[in-house]
Design a protein around this ligand. Structure first.
Ligand SMILES: Nc1ncnc2c1ncn2[C@@H]1O[C@H](COP(=O)(O)OP(=O)(O)OP(=O)(O)O)[C@@H](O)[C@H]1O
Length: 584
């Protein structure tokens, strides 16, 4: 037990090390060219909504500039009043500017969020479509927790880029130019001082924090994904863990994951805090320096009107918010880039097979049989062939049983016949069409798989049976349920077929879940059905009934049944054995 624990721990450490290596590699990659490419890609997605973005920038810039002008005019008016000069025009103008600034800020937020939410909707759809294309072969390799993190938090984080990054940067740039010019009109030295201060706060500081914030943010997201994966794994495997007395190890592992995530989060917060402190300190220093310059200009006589000098100082003091927003982006935006990289990496993942969607690919007519000729296959990360020159012919009406030792390649063969994976040699044809040329929807209509693990959705029992044919009539559903020996399950619930099942059907036994899967198959009109251990969780009596029902309901369809059970294989018209990557 201790050995197993140590072994597992080594495995985990190896995993963590490889993750860290990946992080470093990704970090380097991003520093070299990936980061720029990614930002370019994020911009590209905005292009169709450029009009909304421009409105946000216009409103935001105007709002900030009006706020600065309001203060400058107000200060000038106040000093003029003190000196007994005309002050009303400035005061009225200040009030008008102040009043207009509010609606402009509102317009900026409105347009920014309009843009962000429309983009996020499109990205979510794109990610969901990608996951559909990658399933099932490629998604197995990604932790469920990581996928959950991506679908929820990562995509939400992109909102930060689209709503709070692009327009603030453009607004800060515009305000920098306009404010510097206005101050330069008052005095060129003041304009120059303001410009340098803006560059320091809005450009130099975010640049200085760029790498460290990216690294810490990326680590935090990876740790969070790891924690989600381990958490879901321990929930899914809780029965085994309790039965094997391994709960303690799991608790320790989750604690270690939580500690790692908390540490990573602490590092991110430290960097964010430091960034804030330095930004505030730098802004204050700039203000003092600006005041000193204004003072020396007054002393030297270069700036004769103190009202103008004070107005410039007041305007400069309130002109920082757009730059501070950019400066803080340094810490806020980097987690977004980390999230974007993960989302784009998923979108760029090549599926195990290239599907033919909508009108692409050959449409199948009547099913005339399936042929596998000299098929070889190896998994991408392995050089050993699992299938080695395998031949198989299935005609309509055949019931073919396949047996073989564990690991012989039976499930792999099913994946190939369902085209979840492509062969690495030889060919598979369905109704004389090469399987890789067939339109995916057409292939799915011709082939149905009943696998050992049945997923139950949070829906009624009837809805769960009719999952692939939502248009099935009540009578058809009831017939399918009856044929799959589900009567006893229906009777056990007061509302029968309308009983609402919990997600993953915790109130059904494993054998009952398998019967739901068989009922789904009965409803299917597919002329070729594949069964991977369809009765492995059923008792002998139910198994016999279900198998007899399958044969009674065959109606000329072809069945391929993988099973270790002689009682199941006894229903086959031909039994083949998988050995050395071939069927014999
Ligand atoms: N995703 C994968 N990546 C790499 N190797 C894999 C993968 N899936 C399966 N294998 C390997 O391919 C071989 C065949 O596995 P497969 O699951 O097809 O066997 P099987 O005959 O269905 O076994 P069982 O009777 O236990 O269900 C095994 O050696 C297995 O370790």
């Amino acid at each position: 037990m201790a050995g197993a624990g140590t072994h597992r721990e080594h495995g985990r450490r190896r995993g963590q090390l490889s993750q860290l290596n990946q992080l470093n590699q990704h970090g380097q990659h991003d520093r070299q060219h990936g980061g720029g490419t990614m930002i370019a890609r994020m911009f590209k997605q905005i292009r169709p909504l450029a009009g909304v973005e421009l409105k946000a920038i216009a409103c935001g810039s105007l709002g900030h500039l009006l706020a600065v002008f309001a203060v400058m005019l107000g200060v000038h008016g106040a000093v003029s009043w003190y000196e007994g000069r005309a002050f009303w025009p400035q005061v009225v103008a200040a009030i008008v500017c102040g009043l207009l600034a509010g609606p402009c800020a509102y317009g900026e937020q409105l347009n920014n969020h309009e843009l962000a939410f429309r983009l996020l909707r499109d990205i979510r759809t794109e990610v969901f479509n990608t996951m559909r294309r990658l399933a099932p072969a490629k998604l197995k390799e990604r932790g469920r927790g990581n996928l959950v993190t991506m679908l929820t938090e990562d995509i939400e984080l992109l909102e930060l880029f689209y709503a709070h990054t692009l327009s603030p940067i453009a607004i800060a740039a515009l305000c920098t130019v306009v404010n510097s010019v206005v101050l330069a009109v008052i005095n060129p030295w003041l304009g120059l001082a303001a410009f340098v201060a803006y560059l320091l706060v809005g450009l130099a500081l975010p640049f200085a924090f760029k790498d460290v914030t990216f690294r810490t943010a990326l680590q935090e997201r990876e740790r969070q994904g790891q924690l989600h994966t381990d958490l879901l794994e321990s929930l899914d495997g809780r029965r085994e863990l309790i039965a094997l007395g391994a709960s303690r190890n799991t608790r320790d592992r989750l604690k270690a994951d939580t500690d790692a995530m908390t540490n990573a989060r602490r590092k991110t917060r430290k960097v964010t805090g430091l960034n804030s402190i330095i930004t505030d300190a730098l802004t204050l220093l700039c203000l003092v320096a600006f005041a000193a310059i204004a003072w020396s200009l007054i002393q030297s006589g270069s700036l004769a009107d103190p009202a103008l000098a004070l107005a410039a100082l007041g305007g400069f003091a309130v002109s920082f918010p757009p730059l501070i927003a950019v400066s803080r982006l340094g810490s806020g935006i980097q987690p977004t880039f980390a999230a974007a990289r993960r989302v784009f990496a998923l979108m760029d993942e090549t599926p195990a097979v290239r599907e033919h969607e909508s009108d692409e690919g050959a449409k199948l007519g009547a099913f005339t049989g399936l042929k596998a000729e000299d098929v070889t296959f190896h998994y991408p990360d392995s050089r050993d062939n699992v299938l080695k020159g395998l031949d198989l012919t299935i005609n309509p009406g055949d019931v073919i049983g396949i047996q073989g030792e564990n690991g012989a390649g039976k499930s792999t063969l099913i994946d190939i016949l369902m085209r979840f994976r492509d062969v690495t040699g030889g060919k598979v044809t369905v109704s004389d069409q090469p399987i890789e040329d067939i339109n995916t929807a057409s292939l799915r209509a011709a082939e149905t798989l009943v696998s050992q693990d049945t997923f139950i959705f949070s829906d009624t029992l009837a809805g769960n049976i009719a999952v692939a044919r939502p248009d099935a009539t009540r009578e058809e559903i009831a017939d399918a349920a009856h044929a799959a020996c589900l009567d006893e399950v229906i009777d056990q619930f007061p509302d029968g077929l309308d009983h609402m099942l919990l997600r993953n059907g915790s109130e059904l036994s494993d054998g009952q879940k398998q019967r739901v899967a068989v009922a789904r198959a009965f409803l299917s009109r597919a002329p070729f059905m594949l069964f991977d251990e369809p009765t492995s969780n059923m008792d002998a009596l139910t198994e016999g009934q279900v198998m007899r029902a399958l044969i009674d309901q065959q109606h000329g369809r072809a069945y391929l049944i993988v099973s270790h059970r002689p009682a199941v294989l006894a229903h086959a018209s031909r039994i083949l054995t998988m050995e050395n990557g071939r069927l014999g």
